[in-house]
Design a protein around this ligand. Structure first.
Ligand code: ADP
Ligand code: MG
Length: 432
């Protein structure tokens, strides 16, 4: 019976999602054709300047892709954000174009939110609150956040799962799988089927509010460094579609840093860095979504992390691997660095995996005291590592993708405020 039903269900889902499917297909065909044409032109001497054209072409195609994700909305915005965190798969032009997607979400009407709250707590849900501001303080693709006051006077943030994203999830899942297979027939450089599988696992985790609530509670139990304030979950007002936490009266990190004195900027960024180092190498458990909107600064200058949709969890072996990597980089020991990558799960690191250029860059960075290292050098180094990964089609172990994203984003913040990262004191972090 299921043998007959499954294909029928698939056809029905595909039919329901046909607009998004054909829109996506058209964009992918146009992108594919443009590269094909460029390659053909490149073969003729008149277009010997293809490398420069390639940047323009990547940029144009990245814009096309970004518009597609915006037009399709819902989980597609998430897909764009996911791809923007995969510089191991896509050229930098795509990463830059897809990153702003996070802030371009249209809020959903309160009537839909009301329906979710009615389903969760019944028609009388408003009795739980003295006040509930129906204008969201934030709208993301998967959820909206509201400010409210409980009957016991406490101010809270109420995060509500976007009902549309759940409804379209089954359709989108199928569309992504089919598209990945179709694209895979023409593009062999990137394993889109594997990427889609990782994406769908991540998405499912993010839509699981029970898990997110658990993450908030777990994170609060850890003994953080001074200056990190954890978020308090209010479990009696949280469920599979709603997460309620204490309201944090604070400024978003970027706004705070823009108006802060130099010393406060340096101290705050160092606090953020040291907290992540502690989370990764001491706890083996870290907040895995380093979007700057996820950090608030309260009136005592404490840093509060508010979003726990992603929590990276490392095995003991993986956690120790980061200690080894940091020690190798501090020592400037290229061999130990390479060994620790293999240790960390890079199974297909060929002998010639590190290009000459990469070795030179590594040695040059490692030979300097940390305060003399310039961002451009670190950036060139990271780019070259990613280039080698893409070129050799090495499969990056999943935990590196998450920590990589965290540390690349943090490096971006340091760069924005022209602050040099602190030298990491491994002993202090491990023994504190
Ligand atoms: N407890 C809170 N107190 C104050 N503001 C909050 C709180 N939780 C979330 N916010 C605000 O809502 C925004 C979105 O919340 P977040 O949990 O990051 O949702 P999303 O998973 O949709 O990104 C945050 O960037 C922050 O500005
Ligand atoms: Mg967030």
């Amino acid at each position: 019976m299921t043998r007959i039903l499954a294909p029928l269900l698939a056809v029905r889902l595909l039919w329901q999602g046909r607009t998004r499917f054909f829109r996506a297909l058209t964009v992918f065909i146009r992108i594919g054709m443009s590269y094909r044409k460029a390659r053909r032109n490149h073969a003729t001497p008149a277009h010997a300047d293809f490398p420069d054209d390639r940047h323009t072409l990547h940029r144009r195609n990245a814009d096309r892709l970004s518009h597609l994700f915006q037009d399709n909305g819902g989980t597609w915005i998430k897909a764009g954000q996911f791809l923007s965190a995969r510089p191991d798969l896509l050229p930098m032009e795509y990463i830059d174009a897809l990153q702003p997607l996070q802030n371009q979400v249209r809020p959903i009407p309160f009537a839909s939110v009301d329906a979710v709250l009615c389903a969760a707590w019944g028609e009388q849900w408003k009795h739980r609150f003295l006040q509930f501001d129906e204008t969201p303080v934030a709208a993301a693709s998967n959820a909206q956040v509201y400010k409210a006051q409980l009957t016991d006077q406490r101010w809270v943030a109420v995060k509500i799962l976007n009902p549309d994203i759940r409804a379209l999830y089954a359709q989108d899942m199928l569309l992504y799988r089919i598209l990945a297979r179709l694209i895979g027939l023409f593009i062999h450089q990137v394993d889109f089927v594997a990427a889609v599988n990782v994406f769908l696992t991540t998405l499912e985790r993010e839509l699981d509010f029970i898990q997110e609530a658990r993450n908030i509670a777990d994170f609060q139990k850890l003994k953080h460094i001074a200056g990190i304030r954890s978020l308090t979950l209010i479990p009696e007002h949280s469920n599979a579609a709603v997460i309620t936490t204490e309201w944090i009266e604070g400024q978003p990190l970027l706004e705070f840093l823009k108006n802060a004195e130099r010393k406060t900027q340096i101290d705050t960024l160092a606090l953020l860095q040291n907290s992540y180092v502690q989370q990764v190498i001491r706890f083996g458990k870290f907040q895995g979504d380093p979007h700057p909107g996820n950090y608030l600064i309260d009136s005592d200058h404490n840093l509060v992390i508010v979003d726990f949709g992603h929590m990276g969890v490392l095995s003991e072996r993986e956690r120790l691997n980061y200690v080894k990597i940091i020690l190798a980089v501090i020592d400037g020991n290229v061999r130990a660095f390479k060994e620790s990558l293999t240790d960390g799960g890079f199974t297909d690191l060929a002998d010639d995996f590190f290009s000459e250029k990469l070795l030179q860059l590594l040695q040059s960075v490692a030979s300097k005291p940390v305060e003399d290292i310039e961002f451009q050098e670190v950036e060139r180094l990271l780019r070259e590592i990613l280039h080698c990964i893409r070129q050799r089609r090495a499969r990056v172990p999943a935990h590196y993708l998450v920590t990589g994203r965290v540390f690349i984003t943090l490096a971006g913040l340091f760069k924005l405020f022209n602050v040099t990262p602190e030298q990491i004191d491994i002993r202090k972090v491990l023994l504190s």
